[in-house]
Ligand binder design. Structure first.
Ligand code: ATP
Ligand code: MG
Length: 447
């Protein structure tokens, strides 16, 4: 039901329109000329304005202009006398939504009004869909070329029901992409069901996936629905797919081919409608070579592959992501990234990718008493955690050096000469290092 304003100088017509539209359940007010209508328009919002073209004072076109200038979602319908249809056409060009030629029948009016309201509902739905899409994509931070490619793939495949295989190192966002695919898909209102393939023994994963009948195995005291059944009309996310045992791979393949399966211990054939999204950090082709992953299953899953780039190949995304996590984790504090911190973030190889960055930022927030984010402190891990291959030697040494310099300065109340002595280096060397590492001398520190 909508809010309608009628502007019509002929009293009879005005009253008939008012009653007819009220009878349809709309909230209707009326004005006897253009100026009175303008007055009403300035005071409240309307969904639809139905106006006569020719009126004393401000005419229908002027009213149309006024509406279009001041609101962007009020619809306008013009009424015009038979013989002046050209005016109506001109009005449509100026933004009117529809027109009625007088004299018109009431059912004609009703149909046109209903059409305008159903278009409005559609537009509203579209707007919501676009907002949802923005929200779904909005969670994926990063504008690097590599990620643009990923976004394009997501857009291409989201609306189809094609099986998607997401690959990428640990922490690159595979699960987040799976959720995004679901949120953008036609089955977004349906369930999103995850199976963590690595978390179960072989027997258990079969019953997780396909469910079981009562008495199917020891301990199966009741019938249980599997995740496939739960995912009906939604998305089934097979996470860590590479870990699925060979015996179960056969059954999964059969399901993917026919969309039918039986519960463990049952013989009733069940059919479901699900979009399958799988993810793995493993090298599946290599597993196929080693015969630990079935080749036929691989091809069945690899219909639409999306490979997520490691964070170290995403350029400045690391800074955008760092700021994103900083905003989320800073709990109301305003912390900034120094140029030094930015450099550290850009240079670090991020073996744990986005998840590691998220953890580091969270840690850095806790380790930063001031308003500068201490990324260096968060990146410096205890020595036993620094494994070769993850860090290179200069970086490890640099980290240790910085920690010792800070400790020395703290012990000597920031007096650089004393700190240098404590460290066993020249004061000029200390000054050089402070500058190089962008370490601020503690407040109150003197030479
Ligand atoms: N582009 C991104 N923008 C914002 N947050 C992200 C992005 N990518 C990943 N994240 C966040 O990083 C964390 C790790 O992502 P996710 O769990 O999706 O990774 P994964 O590839 O599934 O890792 P694993 O292989 O270890 O399971 C999550 O908290 C996720 O929300
Ligand atoms: Mg994951």
């Amino acid at each position: 039901m909508g809010r309608i304003l009628i502007a019509e100088d002929e009293e009879n017509i005005r009253e008939v329109l008012l009653r007819a539209l009220q009878a349809l359940g709309h909230q209707v007010v009326s004005a006897a000329d253009g100026d009175a209508a303008a007055e009403l328009l300035s005071g409240r919002e309307f969904d639809l304005v139905i106006t006569d073209l020719r009126m004393p004072g401000r005419d229908g076109l002027a009213l149309l202009d006024l509406v279009k200038e001041n609101t962007h979602d009020t619809s306008v319908m013009l009424m015009t006398a038979y013989g002046s249809v050209e005016n109506a056409v001109a009005a449509m060009k100026r933004g009117a939504d529809d027109y009625l030629v007088k004299p018109f029948r009431l059912d004609e009016l009703e149909v046109k009004v209903e059409k305008i309201f159903s278009e409005r509902r559609l537009n509203e739905q579209n707007r919501l869909l676009v907002e949802q899409a923005d929200a779904a994509f909005g969670r994926l931070v990063g504008a690097s070329a590599a990620m643009q490619g990923v976004y394009r793939l997501i857009e291409q495949v989201a609306l189809s029901d094609a099986t998607v295989l997401i690959t990428g190192e640990t922490g690159t966002g595979k699960e987040l992409v799976a959720h995004t695919l679901h949120n953008l898909s036609p089955q977004a209102q349906g369930p999103f069901i995850t199976v963590h393939c690595a978390a179960y023994s072989q027997n258990l994963i079969e019953s997780e996936l396909f469910g079981h009948e009562r008495g199917a195995f020891t301990g199966a005291t009741a019938q249980r629905k599997g995740r496939l059944e739960l995912a009906d009309h939604g998305t089934l996310f097979l996470d860590e797919l590479g870990e699925i045992p060979l015996e179960v791979q056969v059954k999964l393949l059969r399901f993917l081919e026919s969309r039918t399966f039986e519960r463990v211990g049952g013989n009733e054939s069940l059919t479901v409608k699900v979009r399958v999204v799988a993810a793995t950090h493993r090298d599946l082709p290599q597993m196929v070579g080693a015969r630990t992953f079935r080749e036929d299953l691989f091809w069945r899953l690899n219909v639409f592959p999306i490979a997520l780039p490691p964070l170290r190949e995403r350029g400045d995304d690391v800074l955008a992501l760092a700021r994103h996590f900083l905003e989320k984790k800073s709990q109301g504090r305003t912390l900034t990234l120094s140029r030094f911190a930015e450099r550290l973030l850009r240079e670090y190889p991020w073996p744990g990718n986005v998840r590691e960055l998220q953890n580091i930022i969270e840690r850095a927030v806790l380790l930063s008493p001031g308003d500068m984010l201490r990324v260096d402190a968060a990146l410096a891990r205890p020595a036993e955690e620094t494994r070769l291959g993850e860090h290179n030697l200069p970086r490890i040494l640099e980290t240790v050096e910085k920690r010792l310099i800070r400790e020395a300065l703290a012990q000597c109340d920031g007096v650089q000469a004393q700190a240098a002595k404590l460290l066993g280096i020249q004061r000029s060397t200390l000054q050089y290092k402070l500058q190089k590492y962008d370490l601020d001398a503690p407040a109150g520190g003197r030479g």
